[in-house]
Ligand binder design. Structure first.
Ligand SMILES: [Cu+2]
Length: 272
């Protein structure tokens, strides 16, 4: 039970905290709780933004180790018929999430003897991608001081998302008139080790300390939140939709400025 008292004014992240955390995130088992400040000025637009990663599940190279304690190891052998076809296997740690991910490139079998490939787990990392052939064995050795679970759901590589959506044109667009007040509730819902910066490129906000101080960037640790108000600025920000191309000269010219401001704040894939 969560009691919304004056001491809890702000934004709070929640997520599953047991097992298969990333799989449960993909199912939507995470979110934010906002406790409004009744004495705060009314905003024209309230903007909850979740910054996080998702990884699709699909049929492919599926495997999952047990919980590997320090110095434990885990092997995927040919007899398990997992790396039995060429392709790319993206996997991650089921405890630490997709920020701790690895990759195996699987080539067809050839006349050379089969090999055992060692992946050393260290500093919350699986290290560089490895290349194997069908028929090879992969062995993970946990040299970290913490437990890990090597997990391949058979899907693609993880994608950075805003509110469950990735890529420009798909992520949320915030449109406001000049002078309107925006109340941002920013949540870093990356629950592994990924930090994100909130940096909307067109506004700044007052800091509580030092007096008179201001900032236009705020770093968010995993599961940290940030609440701030900004005003939609009077200046026009560059945007391709405001440029026109002359068919004769093939040159771009800037169209007349409007009074609206355009924020550009989006998420990109790690694949690029
Ligand atoms: Cu881990």
């Amino acid at each position: 039970m969560f009691e919304a008292t004056s001491e809890t004014i702000g934004a709070w992240s929640f997520h599953d905290h047991v097992r298969n955390v990333q799989r449960n995130v993909n199912r939507g088992l995470f979110g934010g709780l906002i406790i409004r400040d009744p004495s705060a000025p009314c905003a024209n637009h309230e903007i909850p933004i979740f910054i996080h990663q998702m990884q699709a599940s699909a049929k492919g190279y599926f495997f999952r180790s047990g919980e590997l304690r320090p110095m434990d190891s885990y092997e995927v052998k040919p007899s398990e018929a997992i790396f039995d076809h060429p392709g790319v296997c993206n996997y991650y740690c089921a405890i630490h999430g997709t920020s701790m991910s690895g990759r195996i490139d699987i080539a067809p079998a050839d006349a050379n003897p089969t090999q055992i490939h060692i992946v050393t787990i260290n500093n919350l990392s699986f290290g560089a991608p490895i290349a194997i052939r069908v028929g090879d064995t992969v062995r993970w050795e946990n040299k970290d001081a913490v437990n890990h679970i090597v997990f391949s759901p058979g899907g693609g590589k993880s994608t950075f998302c805003l509110n469950g959506r990735g890529y420009v044109g798909n992520t949320p667009t915030i449109v406001g008139d000049t002078g309107e007040r925006l109340c941002w509730y920013v949540f870093n819902l990356d629950i592994a080790s990924m930090w994100h910066n909130f940096h909307p490129h067109s506004v700044r906000w007052q800091l509580p300390v030092p007096p008179g101080g201001a900032s236009d960037v705020h770093a968010l640790s995993p599961v940290e939140t940030f609440v701030t108000d900004t005003l939609v600025p009077p200046a026009m920000r560059l945007h391709l939709a405001r440029w026109k191309r002359c068919n004769a000269t093939r040159r771009w010219t800037r169209a007349a400025c409007g009074s609206e401001a355009i924020f550009f704040f989006t998420a990109m894939s790690k694949n690029t």
